[in-house]
Design a protein around this ligand. Structure first.
Ligand code: V47
Ligand code: SF4
Length: 380
């Protein structure tokens, strides 16, 4: 990285770049400076240099699908366009166990490696219901990786079942759950969190659940909802709490910034941030989160064009095929109203951005490198 010149008119940012090039960790104050003053090209080239030094031009994706058992939710987060309270039950959905298992069976013979299960927090779908469900999913598809339940769902399940987080997670693990997704983190600042996410699990509980999962050998991801009412200091505080936990456990795989989308929710009056801000945010995340191996751009939320651009701003993962199996972002106004990409489309997108497409499993083991093993004419 030493030979690269990072152009900025700010002397203090030049000093930060030097630190990064010498593999020194930047402070929260320096991250705030990057947000406040960093030019797009400067942030992008610095973040890309970090990305290239760790992963070269490899860009990961996976073949996955989502199951959203219900959108009925006991909580009422102001940014959520997806959930329905129990009293609006006729506008929501509740899949039966058989419908969920049928969905899993519909992938028989298809090369998916991961199922991502998240949904609303339904008062009647408890810990043992989900534990048994996972066991049945594994009976149908023993090798599939089950990445399931945000810390918000887990906190509620454990509380209702009167078990500790460790007991609850151990039960789920024993029934076949492999890892945790990163949702429910929103923004950790206590005041802002209670303003936009009501009384759902606290920041401390979110972090405790992930720490417990890591201790039990279940890796996880972490998200941050940005582009609403938060300040740069809130973003950095959020990332710093994650960076500190990662120092302790090393159990996080990837950090996923989630852009607030404003359609059909109680915060629709707040305009969405620009693509420039999305790219600057990915870049600062890559520079600051020095102990997170991967940064993911979740294309159903950010749109495929911005996801492609993000690959030059520190991002090295664009999630997966999805197969039109999630509604969270289409209901919030994402440009991706039917989120489905074939493997060929993902490979093309990554190639077009000048990067190297690699199919991974959930824990980032390589399944196929499409540079060395290009997609064949009859593959989709
Ligand atoms: O926690 C809800 C977010 C999250 C909106 O771990 C919104 O691999 C923006 O966490 N605008 C759930 N965001 C999704 C999630 C996730 C997605 C993909 C991959 C992984 C992973 C995790 O969606 C929620 C919340 O932060 N969300 N509504 C909205 N209007
Ligand atoms: Fe429920 Fe999650 Fe929506 Fe909040 S973000 S209302 S917890 S589904």
């Amino acid at each position: 990285m030493d030979a690269i010149i990072f152009q900025t008119k700010h002397a203090d940012l030049q000093e930060i770049a030097k630190k990064v090039l010498h593999n020194q960790r930047i402070t929260s104050e320096e991250a705030i400076l990057l947000y406040e003053k960093g030019e797009l090209g400067f942030l992008g080239s610095l973040a890309n240099a970090i990305r290239e030094s760790r992963h070269g031009s490899i860009t990961y994706f996976n073949r996955n699908f989502h199951i959203e058992p219900t959108n009925i939710c006991v909580f009422d987060c102001k940014f959520c366009s997806y959930s329905r309270l129990l009293k609006q039950k006729n506008e929501g959905w509740e899949l039966t166990e058989e419908q969920i298992l049928e969905k899993v069976r519909s992938y028989n013979g298809k090369p998916v490696t991961e199922v991502h299960i998240v949904g609303g927090v339904h008062p009647k779908m408890g810990l043992m219901y989900f534990a048994e469900l996972i066991k049945k999913i594994k009976e149908i598809r023993p090798e599939i990786h089950v990445k399931a339940f945000t810390a918000v769902e887990l906190e509620y399940m454990c509380r209702k079942a009167h078990v500790s987080f460790e007991e609850g997670l151990s039960i789920l693990k024993a029934h076949g759950q492999d890892s945790l997704p990163g949702g429910g983190a929103e923004i950790f600042d206590e005041e802002l969190r209670s303003e936009i996410a009501g009384d759902k699990c606290t920041a401390a509980e979110w972090l405790e659940i992930h720490e417990t999962a890591h201790k039990l050998g279940m890796p996880s991801n972490a998200t941050m909802l940005y582009g609403h009412k938060e300040t740069y200091a809130h973003r950095v505080d959020h990332m710093n709490r994650l960076r500190e936990l990662q120092d302790k456990t090393g159990g996080f795989n990837t950090f996923i910034p989630l852009k607030f989308r404003n359609k059909g929710n109680q915060m629709s009056h707040i305009p969405e941030v620009s693509v420039i801000e999305d790219l600057r945010n990915y870049a600062v995340a890559r520079i600051f989160m020095d102990n997170f191996p991967h940064i993911k751009a979740y294309w159903p939320m950010i749109g495929r064009s911005t996801a492609q651009l993000s690959l030059s701003f520190g991002v090295n993962d664009i999630d997966g095929t999805i197969d039109d199996s999630t509604k969270i972002y289409s209901m919030a106004g994402s440009e991706e109203q039917t989120p489905v990409l074939t493997t060929r489309q993902l490979v093309d997108m990554i190639n077009q951005a000048g990067k190297e497409p690699v199919e991974r499993d959930t824990v980032y083991s390589t399944i196929r490198n499409y540079k060395t093993h290009p997609i064949l004419a009859d593959e989709i």
